[in-house]
Design a protein around this ligand. Sequence first.
Ligand code: F6R
Length: 261
Amino acid sequence: MEAIIRPDKESAAKLVEMIIAAELRRNPSMVLGLATGRTMEEVYRLLAKAYGEGRLDFSLCRTFNLDEYVGLQPSDPHSYRYYMNERLFKQVNVDTRNTHLPNGLAPDLDAECRQYEEKIKRCGGIDLQLLGIGKAGHIGFNEPLSALLSRTRVKTLSPTTVEQNAEFFGGAGNVPSRAITMGVGTILDCRRCILMATGYGKAAVIAKAVEGPITSMISATALQLHSRCTVVVDEEAASQLQEVDYYKWVFENEPEWEEFR
Ligand code: F6R
């Protein structure tokens, strides 16, 4: 794992956009794993801008999202399908038939989860998975005690997650209680992971995820097992990390990061 600290949330999002753009230019038919949430909004705005300016082409790209609520129509503005359509898919030239989210309305949810895993496999696996982190440490909706080798399945949302997402639904009582999510094991199978977090609200959980012991209580800690995971944070989210100077030195000096500095 490596941690990259940018001065503010705009430059953190810019770096994530640059990493995705570089991968997409190298491999136009890449399989891109996507996340929703507040943190990703700026990343998608920048990707759409790059497409609008003729700097990116999504026509061959395939996408898989991490998760979707159970019971919401794709036309529901709270659904993750709606979020993705509005913020990215309608803004770029991706073929919507190549965009995948779990179907939270499937009559047999377990079968849907199995099929989602199979679809990822048929596409050759995910090349780059974008991840946010919840205040209690989830990636996707892998809530506390999610098995570190778990696959796509239905999870019940924890009270912290319900609280975190309550403002979108006009109160905690309206938040769906369950979601389909890629498992921690599904995420660990991705060839590259980018975890992004910004703001003081994420500082404590980022310190645990990056420097704390691996535990199923905080599914993001499992990323320490991944051979190619980059954590991109702003100064605020980095404010409780111990080894900030070392992480900054690596970013400023490693040749790998030259084109991104
Ligand atoms: C969303 C997802 C979640 C979010 C996380 C952070 O698809 O899988 O894990 O990435 O809850 O959400 P924000 O960015 O709203 O703080």
